[in-house]
Design a protein around this ligand. Structure first.
Ligand code: OGA
Ligand code: MN
Length: 296
């Protein structure tokens, strides 16, 4: 059931697992600090928030996003950022400069944004400009619930592990240009992060592992993979997932510290799908793992 908060925002949960639509506010206009705080507290509670019917310019999207923290200049993925605004990542299958877009198959396996860097994103805010007639959905899962649902013994085990992220495990690289892949691997050498992270605002513990983790530091890939696969399967059980069917004008904001997401190839690739993303910079985390490249 939708409810109205003290600050006058209407909140409608999107699934039992995570996600809430916020209405009763025009985010394209001036919003007060009190409203920013109210949105942040709903966001911390539901991990994903949705605003519908948004119409704005890139500058307005950037200004709104910046109210929630410093924005990432997307140095880890320079191919996909907007030429005029480095705070804007263009997730599109429209041609760019007369060539197929390198971001046309972004996010095709479960992940948290920029986990393969030393500064994983705190949050991402994706605005839908143009969507295919059917499909083009994104699924999200709740990594705080995934952690809570583990046994105490498994919590101890994963709490001791660092996951090594390897850019070569990003899905869909075979369809991108060799120059893109080579440059992305150069920019993003393998990095290890704690497999359990504590959310800096809420103190919530969340599982932090994904289909882009190659192994646990100090363990072989053969030893690690069964546990990585188990944790991903556990986290992405249908009852722990919200599946978003986009309308143009949707702004979906997800917390990368407490969720994973995957972009589905469930649409006709001849139809345009065009989105603009801003990214809230996270804390520096992890350490580089030398000598581990190109996990099989
Ligand atoms: C992203 C991403 C999801 C989508 O922008 O980080 O994974 O559905 N995109 O396009
Ligand atoms: Mn993503």
């Amino acid at each position: 059931m939708p409810y109205v908060t003290n600050s006058g925002l209407t909140v409608r949960p999107l699934s039992n697992a995570l996600g809430a639509e916020i209405s009763g506010i025009d985010i394209t206009g001036d919003i007060s600090q009190e409203q920013v705080d109210a949105i942040r507290s709903i966001w911390n509670q539901y991990h994903i928030i949705l605003f519908r019917g948004v119409k704005w310019t890139p500058e307005e999207q950037i200004a709104f996003s910046r109210r929630f923290g410093p924005l990432d200049p997307h140095d880890a993925t320079p191919f996909s950022r907007d030429e005029k605004h480095k705070e804007l990542l263009v997730v599109t299958n429209r041609e760019r400069n007369g060539k197929p877009s390198e971001s046309r198959n972004t996010g095709r396996n479960w992940h948290s944004d920029y986990a393969y860097t030393g500064q994983p994103s705190a949050a991402s805010m994706l605005y839908s400009v143009e969507m295919p007639e059917a499909g083009g959905d994104t699924m999200f899962c709740n990594m705080a619930a995934a952690y809570d649902d583990l046994s105490d013994k498994m919590k101890d085990i994963v709490g001791d592990l660092h996951s090594v992220y390897d850019f070569s495990l990003v899905a869909g690289l075979a369809q991108r240009t060799p120059e893109y892949v080579q440059e992305q691997l150069r920019l993003n050498p393998p990095v290890a992060h704690p497999t359990v992270r504590v959310h800096p605002d809420s103190g919530t513990k969340a599982l932090y592992v994904s289909e882009r983790a190659s192994h646990f530091d100090g363990m072989t890939r053969a030893e690690s993979l069964p546990l990585i696969e188990y944790l991903c399967a556990h986290a992405t059980r249908p009852e722990n997932v919200y599946r978003h069917s986009w309308l143009p004008g949707d702004m979906v904001c997800w917390d990368n510290r407490t969720t994973m997401h995957v972009a589905l190839a469930d649409f006709d690739p001849k139809e345009p799908r065009h989105m603009l993303r801003t990214t809230l910079q996270g804390e520096k985390s992890g350490y580089l793992v030398p000598g581990v490249l190109g996990a099989a």
